[in-house]
Design a protein around this ligand. Sequence first.
Ligand code: AMP
Length: 424
Amino acid sequence: MPEFQRPRGTRDFGPEEMAKRRYVEAKMRETAMLFGFGEVMTPTFESTDLFVARSGEGIIDELYAFEDKGKRGISLRPELTASVMRFYVNDMQNLPKPVKIFYFGNCFRYERPQAGRYREFFQFGAELIGAPSIESDAEIIALALATMKNLGLADVVVRIGHLGVLNRYIRELGISESAEKEARRLIDKRDFDNLRQVLGEAAANGEATARLIELVNLGETEAKDRARAEAKSDESFGYLANLLDRLKAYGFDNCQLDFGVARGLDYYTGMVFEIDAPSLGAEKQICGGGAYTLADLFGGQEVNSTGYAFGFDRVMLALENSGVGVPSQNIEVYILPIGEKAQITAIGILRELRNAGISADMDLMGRNMSKAMKYANSIGARKVIIIGEKELAESSVTVRDMKSGEQSQVPISDILRAFTRVDA
Ligand code: AMP
């Protein structure tokens, strides 16, 4: 038994997994930049007060919180929106609007690890600050959906809600503010049994309870019908109908409305949305976002902002479950020199190939032919260059195509041409 184990809820990522993760990260970054968003990076830890200001004292239980040597209250970030908005208030308030930023980073939450839930995980998110809300909301959801599209992940469900709608129905219950909060939390979890119980205990209006439960259970078509039918009489329904039209113009006409999306955090104000990958089972939510106010809470000027965060690890799992091919690390050429003299020639060829941008590796272990072929297969090499005594004498090499098994003799002086020709 090794003496040291990884901390609970953390993971190590090997080269193959990392190649896949970097590929997906690059696609996400590329899409965000295509939409005119620029990347930011903030510290991995912040003062604990920042997260408490955002989410309340209750958040401390979920944080990796500690006192540093200067007795400051510090926490590893549980998400990045708070840090990004702190950064915005500190340094970006005077920039021309809108401010469009994205980030990728690790987050830490002290929760019970399970499939798709870790103590260290990664989020890729975007925030759009300072534009009118409907324009921002449409652009942000469109970016999230374009990201999924560019990754080839089609098996996702987008559910959009509005806290204006939900809160209007909740207010009709006539219950205390804390009971309202609890109701929102239970609706978000779709825990209707406990919701009924809590509303009963809070002596909520029975008819209003029935109306609320009907609202959050509306099916896909009924929810859209309700929003369109009441668009004129209710501002929030009208907003959602308008948002759906805009998303259609962006090329996304498969968004659902779900008035039960509550996001569970008080700083969300209007539109809220979630993206699920049904193949993931219980932890199927791969993205959460919405319109929020945080800048003023952090001492800045009030400003419209909308954002989202993808749970990067869950996106990776969803891609795997959906059988979407993600390229992993592949080496183009593996060189097998036989004998010491051949090693020097091999290094020359290795250098030439690498300089030309062709990934190349060579045997460092003195393997024999059959072991070297096995190894070349295991690293996914497409071609093997064999340099033995016979080849050296003829100033040539043997090139073996690992897929077809075909072998050919190539003069050393022609090596680069042979490779660029094969791959062109
Ligand atoms: P939140 O900041 O809670 O809205 O989370 C945004 C996204 O991050 C969620 O939709 C999940 O996909 C992902 N996420 C949240 N917590 C975890 C966790 N403990 N492990 C892995 N992914 C998570």
